[in-house]
Design a protein around this ligand. Structure first.
Ligand code: GLN
Length: 259
């Protein structure tokens, strides 16, 4: 009887270039929450030119990056990763993409200078930078994911305004902050196994319910049906602390948008 602990594989896209505002914390959270339950999660780093084991990955993570870093990765994303990512997602793998990574999984990202970085169209979204950067804490109500608490909290810092096409659903509705575009009140997107968000911070330490959603789906592919409960009192206290800030905030971001 093999004593190996059930395991899943995380594919970390461009860890050297697309990793800002604590994004690395998402990887650490996934590894720790798996380990605390007796599961192994291993990380395959997929920098430029790397495609090893992409067919074995259960969960891809794509962090954020400034325009300069996005300019350095979009070509590799198209030429060395796109087809393997599409195959992996079609085969049931998931993707968590934050901000700059989220933008490049869409049709394109256009910078404030008007330069357009083509995306891979894995999700039906398009992004164009505006003049004003959207910076600050975000509190949003989940709309496409059944989880408790029903909120997501995090930190945003982006010039891009992302608009969802018909195939992409919003992940959440903004209660405080700007979210996708500061106009339609949406935050992030969900399309098949791809989850995009503007939330840095990092995202998963203060949103253990989202981390568990991803771990549960990854382990399900490896035959694990049920995920045991962890004591998340500290994580949820941090979550609640940010969520409380939304009480005082002006709810509708549309009032705040001055391009
Ligand atoms: N460069 C992109 C923008 O400004 C993404 C920034 C980020 O990942 N935080 O919108």
């Amino acid at each position: 009887m093999s004593t190996a602990r059930p395991a899943f594989t995380i594919g970390w896209l461009y860890p050297d270039l697309m990793n800002i505002y604590g994004d690395r914390g998402n990887i650490l959270t996934l590894l720790k929450r798996a380990d605390w339950r007796g599961y192994d999660a291993r990380v395959v780093e997929l920098g430029r030119g790397d495609t090893q084991e992409m067919d074995k990955v259960d969960l891809f993570f794509f962090g954020g990056g400034q325009d300069r870093e996005q300019a350095l990765v979009y070509d590799d994303l198209i030429h060395s990763k796109q087809v393997r990512l599409e195959d992996a997602v079609a085969g049931g793998a998931m993707v968590l993409a934050v901000c700059g990574g989220y933008q490049l999984l869409g049709h394109y990202y256009q910078t404030g200078e008007g330069e357009r970085f083509p995306g891979i169209g894995l999700i039906d979204v398009r992004t164009e930078a505006g003049k004003r950067r959207f910076i600050g804490d975000v509190v949003a109500d989940l709309v496409s994911l059944d989880a408790e608490p029903k909120t997501l909290v995090g930190f945003e810092n982006h010039s891009g305004r992302t608009f969802l096409g018909p195939k992409a659903q919003p992940l959440a509705r903004v209660r405080m902050g700007f979210g996708n575009n500061g106009q339609d009140g949406t935050e992030g997107c969900l399309q098949g196994g791809v989850l995009g968000t503007y939330l840095h911070g990092s995202l998963l330490p203060k949103n253990p319910h989202l981390a568990d959603h991803l771990i549960r789906r990854a382990l399900k592919r490896r035959g694990v049906e049920k995920l045991s409960q962890l004591d998340d009192s500290v994580e949820l206290a941090a979550h609640q602390r940010i969520a409380e800030r939304a009480r005082g905030a002006r709810p509708n971001p549309a009032d705040l948008t001055r391009r």
